[in-house]
Design a protein around this ligand. Structure first.
Ligand code: WQD
Length: 333
């Protein structure tokens, strides 16, 4: 039996595929390569098995799903495939609702029809919006501030309702800020589009592909005026998905978990850590706040620790070293 990983050629999907292999699971990847490079496939085959099954197609297309479930013995699903740009979702909300929710509905229907009992859903801390109290728990108010965040929250609710009405169990994982790469440096964050996120941009500055980093906002009520986030190693996240596939959730048919480190780091602290780890100064300038950014967010991961037996193990310096180890080997990323 195999685990179907939609979006399996993407950043978190590729790392999760490797973690699933290392945990002894067979994997079938489904990806339309809209935001993933085919370069990842060869690297993933070298980290898992040469005959790793990769199907190119849209996870929201019922015919594609029919062929995948008909051609392979799938007993569980991890669903990553989604459009994930906050800014793009604001300019194309209908495209985001159609794509992200369409794939959740089609995939859940296909999985239930085929008797799949476990589906793990890639959700996001973005569902919390400008989190009220910190640290954020799974019971904190969910007030998304973008159509992208809405699609993640609605996706959770769709899956919870589908699970309650079937034999499917749905486990939703709300990631905070994923960074880092597999220690081999063979896979990492390799988006098809220009990165908007902090760490990939720091790596571009270090690689001489960007003159400087603009620090978006120096007037937040934080220790140094810059915004706080909970950065978590992508390999820790990947291992969280393996734990989510195995966990027992009864008597409930669906369950939400935060995956983070439980600690917050400011932009300037990330910059200082990156300079230290990379052994080079990272030129930066203070700039205005980025519209839509929140001041601070970090996770309470007690539930994942107690119920999944999962805790983030890798520290920020390791995240940055691993991210750089991939970025410097892949200047095109
Ligand atoms: C982190 C901090 C920026 C770039 C986003 C998505 C979220 C999730 C993770 C999918 C912020 C600051 C950034 C730069 C900067 N993705 N920054 N200069 O915005 O917390 O979360 O990625 O689920 O949904 O919203 O991550 O890395 O973009 O920003 O100062 O050039 O770095 O203002 O404070 P973010 P980020």
């Amino acid at each position: 039996m195999a685990t179907l990983v939609t979006g399996g050629a993407g950043y978190i999907g590729s790392h999760t595929t490797v973690a699933l292999h290392d945990a002894g699971r067979d994997v079938v990847i489904l990806d339309d390569f809209s935001n993933a490079s085919r370069r990842a496939i060869d690297a993933m085959r070298s980290l898992t098995r040469a005959d790793l099954v990769v199907v190119e197609g849209d996870a929201g297309d019922p015919d594609v799903l029919d062929a995948v479930f008909g051609g392979h013995r799938i007993d569980s699903v991890v669903h990553f495939a989604a459009r994930k740009s906050v800014a793009e979702s604001i300019s194309d909300p209908l495209g985001y609702y159609r794509s992200n929710l369409g794939s959740v509905i089609s995939l859940a229907a296909a999985a239930i029809d085929r008797g799949v009992r476990r589906l793990v859903f890639s959700s996001s801390a973005t569902v919390y919006g400008s989190a009220s109290a910190l640290p954020v728990t799974e019971d904190s108010p969910t007030v998304p501030e973008s159509p992208y965040g809405e699609t993640k929250l609605m996706g959770e609710r769709i899956l919870a309702d589908a699970a309650a009405a079937s034999d499917l169990t749905a486990v939703m994982l709300r990631y905070f800020n994923p960074v880092g790469a597999h220690p081999s440096g063979l896979i990492g964050e390799d988006p098809s589009t220009e990165p908007a996120n902090l760490v990939p941009r720091i790596m571009q500055v270090a690689a001489g592909r960007r003159d400087r980093l603009d620090v978006f906002g120096a007037d937040y009520s934080t220790v140094d005026g810059t915004a706080v986030r909970d950065y978590v190693h992508v390999m820790d996240l990947a291992e969280g998905h393996v734990a989510a596939l195995d966990t027992e959730t009864a008597p409930v048919s669906s369950r939400v978990y935060n995956l983070g480190t439980g600690s917050g780091t400011t932009v300037l602290q990330v910059l200082a850590a990156a300079s230290e780890v990379l052994g080079t100064r990272i030129p930066y300038e203070m700039a205005d706040r980025r519209p839509g950014d929140i001041e601070a967010s970090w996770a309470d991961c007690t539930r994942a620790r107690d119920e999944l037996g999962w805790q983030a193990r890798r520290v920020l310096a390791q995240m940055l070293a691993d991210h750089w180890n991939f970025a410097r080997k892949h200047p095109e990323s």
